[in-house]
Ligand binder design. Structure first.
Ligand code: FMN
Ligand code: FE2
Ligand code: FE2
Length: 404
């Protein structure tokens, strides 16, 4: 017999019918050490409306939770807020099973569902449009590029509730469904990690959306994202909105991330000397060796830092693969307001640190100096050059962080 799952009541008309993925540890290259949830919601009016689905392997869990409320065949409408497969993966089979009268998505969502599943028959809803479905009003807010072109949010005025898809979400598997039941420190960490890895490139668009939502002054008792806990109560939502303002602005702090890899320990010795210099001059360094730290954890540390220093040895005329991995990943994330420096140990040609500097330049990170490229194992005098680099970054950081 198939396992049974229960829905969780969220508000007068809404039930959570999502899935808990306790096991996932890699979400498209982002390390999810606390798993995730794929949240879907069943709205109960005179008819049933399903908001989003779950990743394909979790379809039975979704259907079982729906069945704990009503016969899934009672679903008359489906709204797809986001076509990415963690939310739409079950959609084609759910449509086949429940035969809804209508499926709605944003105009770009219609195209993207077609691109994924080669399906037609999805109706588009436009920004600002409202629909009456089963006696309840639903209104739609397009949120293009937060974080895909098709992304939208759906507001249910009857329950003062916003379905915010990936916005305000985090990867966190828990039995608790509401933010006020979850350890705040865990939410700070997972919320920061989600923003850093998924939303950083769109910080300017998010700032506009936050301003728009504030202007709309929607009454909000609940904000229901597609991953992680539901924000219950205005104070809870205000808390995460405050964090979003902070993460978007990326105001420089005195924190300095020093990240590197090494083959024989020389670049590592440089990193430790740089750390000393940073600390001596008032910065707060965090040192992360790349073969021990996942790229998604490094970027989590960078969100909230004012400086990024990256070190690579030279290997076969280029930089070390883990460093290239991080920099390729970070380039797309478009962090703002960072100062930094490149460093590394080499033997005879020294491309490693120079290529790092090239990446930092592309990332618009203000480099305080030329790349510090040192031959083989650093001696005391060379280590002093590293400390001096650390001190120089810290002084620049004091200027940009307004600490002087
Ligand atoms: C497999 C291998 C390839 C290397 N290729 C180069 C190279 O092309 N150019 C260069 O300047 N140094 C090269 N080196 C030398 C290293 O850059 C040098 O040993 C450096 O001190 C290593 O720093 P680390 O101890 O931080 O790994 C190579 C070393 C190894 C092990
Ligand atoms: Fe997504
Ligand atoms: Fe998602």
């Amino acid at each position: 017999m198939a396992e049974k799952f229960e829905a969780v009541r969220v508000s007068e008309h809404v039930h959570w019918v999502g899935a808990i993925d306790w096991d996932i540890r890699d979400f498209h290259g982002y390390s999810t050490m606390r798993g995730s949830t794929y949240n879907a919601y069943l709205v109960e009016g005179e008819d049933y409306v399903l908001i989003d689905t779950v990743k394909a392997p979790f379809r039975e869990e979704l259907m079982s939770r729906i069945a704990s409320v009503t016969d899934p065949g009672d679903i008359r409408y489906i709204i797809s807020n986001h076509s990415e497969m963690d939310h739409s993966g079950s959609l084609p089979r759910v449509i086949a099973d429940v035969q809804p009268e209508k499926v709605y998505a944003s105009p770009l969502g219609v195209k993207d569902l077609e691109g994924h599943y080669h399906m037609d028959g999805v109706d588009e809803v436009k920004d600002g449009q409202s629909l009456n479905l089963g006696g309840l009003e639903f209104s739609f807010i397009e949120t293009r590029m937060i974080h895909w072109p098709d992304s939208m949010m759906t507001y249910l005025p009857a329950d003062r509730l916003l379905f915010s898809q990936d916005g305000f979400g985090m990867h966190l598997a828990t039995e608790e469904r509401f933010s006020d039941e979850v350890d705040r420190a865990v939410m700070v960490e997972e919320g920061t990690k989600y923003f850093a890895n998924i939303l950083t490139p769109y910080a300017p668009v998010i700032q506009k959306l936050l301003a728009r939502v504030e202007e709309m002054a929607l009454p909000l008792d609940l904000v229901c994202p597609d991953h992680g806990p539901i924000w219950r109560g205005p104070d809870e939502f205000a808390w995460i909105v405050g964090k979003y303002h902070e993460w978007c602005a990326q105001e420089p702090t005195m924190k300095a991330v020093v990240t590197y890899d090494t083959m024989w320990g020389s670049t590592e010795r440089m990193a430790r000397a740089i750390e000393e210099g940073l600390r001596e001059s008032g910065a707060s360094p965090v040192v992360l060796r790349l073969r021990a730290t996942h790229r998604s954890d490094v970027v989590m540390e960078v969100l909230g830092a004012g400086a990024l220093l990256v070190g690579s040895p030279t290997i076969n005329n280029t930089l070390f693969p883990t460093v290239a991995d991080l920099l390729t990943y970070m380039k797309g994330l478009k962090f703002r307001n960072l100062v930094g420096a490149a460093f590394g140990s080499f033997g005879w040609s020294g491309e490693g640190a120079r290529e790092v500097a090239g990446y930092l330049e592309q990332m618009k990170i203000e480099q305080v100096d030329e790349p510090l490229n040192l031959k083989f194992v650093p001696d005391d005098e060379m280590l002093e050059q590293c400390r001096a680099l650390g001190r120089k970054v810290a002084s620049r950081l004091k200027e940009v962080a307004g600490r002087e």
